[in-house]
Structure formats: structure tokens, C-alpha cells
Design a protein around this ligand. Sequence first.
Ligand code: F6P
Length: 316
Amino acid sequence: MKIGVLTSGGDAPGMNAAIRAVVRTAISYGMEAYGVFDGYKGLVENKIRKLERNDVGQIINRGGTILGSSRLKDFVKTEVMQVGIDNLRNLGIDALVTIGGDGTYRGAMDLTRLGMPCIALPGTIDNDIASTEYTIGFFTALDTAIDAIDKLRDTSFSHQRCTVVEVMGRNCGDLAIYSGIACGAEIVITKDTGYDRETVLKQVQQARKVGKRHLVIVVAENITDVTLLAKDIQENSEYEARASVLGYIQRGGTPSAFDRILASKMGSYAVELIRKGIGGQAVYAKSMDVGYIDIFSALGVDSKPSDLYNYLPRLN
Ligand code: F6P
């Protein structure tokens, strides 16, 4: 069997770990692995090359994607997608693993419909794929955002300011709400909370009344202009206010432990599915729910051996 792998859309830390797992798992089963470079654009332009074990060495810890990525608007036209499929077929490739966000998923659905079975892995810092609780890259981006907000908090405290921080997420508020909780932000504004200028100003004024020396407001992107919001707060409250847009820094950097492990499991799992002849699927991860158990039974629960042992490297 021959398997292709590509990354598409906004890059995310951990994509390399997923590529590595796909390639190495495929090779360990005697399959051939092919890298498609620069996402769906590269697929159409036939930028496809066979990958060996060593091609994916030294990348589990690297951010970005060694395969490159792109966004190709035309990858909704059947004739364009057909060129991509023909390129895969000419090399005898039977199935494709696509790693990316919602645009990548749409492409994978269409390719599957046109006869090229795809397995989609969620790779995006936005955490906006409905079928999975966590996407590859989300927690690393979250750590980056938290680190930045902690630093902003230091100077915000020193100067008794209101700091307004914009985080990424496209239309999803997860980076904002998770970083807001982790950093103890006073106000978080996302699509889900809604944005009402009057309410925010009231909350800011209230913060001063209860004696808050400074405050942090985390805003998801595409909600409102944070520079204008900071100006508004400065003009209508007792706080000086400053805005910071974290931007693309959230997409880069060394993947966290969680993202490396999630990506390794998902990449390997994708190959297992293809090996069983299963295509047209999206791999998901669940769950980090919190529950409770009678304390007198808590230590007596049978624990299963970790399934992580299945993901140790095979050298064949
Ligand atoms: O999907 C990841 C993401 O970084 C979003 O958070 C952001 O809205 C978008 O990509 C930016 O896209 P581009 O790289 O095309 O500017």
C-alpha cells in the first residue's frame, strides 16, 4: 500500500509529530509513505515525494510543518481536485492523510467523494473542529498565549493599567476562554459571550470600585478592534489602557508534550485505519471531563495499562 500525507491551512505546532507518526507507522507495516508538499496547492502542482524514515527524523520537537502549507481557494472545483487525485493515482497512492483545520476537512471530504479515501487529522491552533475535543497545536498555542498574557500582566500591574489582549482562534473562542481562565483575566470576550460596549465599560468601572489595581481583558479575534476598545476604556474609566494583538506568534514554537503525544497517537491511528481499508474518517480525541468518585473507593479502582505503549517506535 502507498499512503500520502499533507498539511494544509494555518500551520500548528505538532503537525510535524503527526507527519512523523504517519510515515514511520506506514513504513513499519511495509507500506510506502509519500509527502505532499505545500498542502492542496502542492497536490495539484504534483509536489509529491516518497519519504523514508530518516526524512522525518529530528522533527518531533519542531514547530511549523516540514511539508509546508497553503490555502488554495480553487480547491472546491471538481476539475482542480481531480488533477490532485490524478497526481496521487499516477504514483499508485491509495489513500491520503490530511492534517489541518476545517478547510482541510472540507477538501478531504470532497477528495473522498471523488474516490480518494482520506483520513483527516485535526491540526489547528483554533480548536474549532466540532468532532474532536482537542486539536493538534491548540495547547501549545495556549501555552504561548498564557506566557504572553502573564508578561503583559506584570507591566499592567506595575502601571495600574487595563490591558486588552487579542488572541487568535478565527471564529472560535477557545484560545480566549482557556487563556482567560489560566491567566485569571477579569473579562473574556468571545463570540459566545457576545460583545456589548456598555457592559464592558460597566465591568471595568466596577473593577475600579472594588479596588482592582489593574485588569486584563482577553478578546478573541474578529470580535472588535482591541486598539479602539482600549482607547474607549481609557477615555471612559479611571484606567490607562493599552492593547496588544498576539498574532502569529501563537502559531509557532516547539510543540508541547500534550501536542506531541496527541499528534503521535493520531498519526499512527490514521495509518491503522487505512491498513484496515477504512477511509473517509476524521480522527478525534476525547476527553478531559472532570467527575467525582467516593473517596473511600478512589484508590481501589482497577487501572488499565496505558495504551501509549502501542505508540513506541518500531524499528522494522
Ligand atoms: O486557523 C489558524 C489561524 O491562525 C486563525 O487563528 C487565524 O484567523 C487564521 O489562521 C489566519 O490565517 P492566515 O494565515 O491565512 O492569515
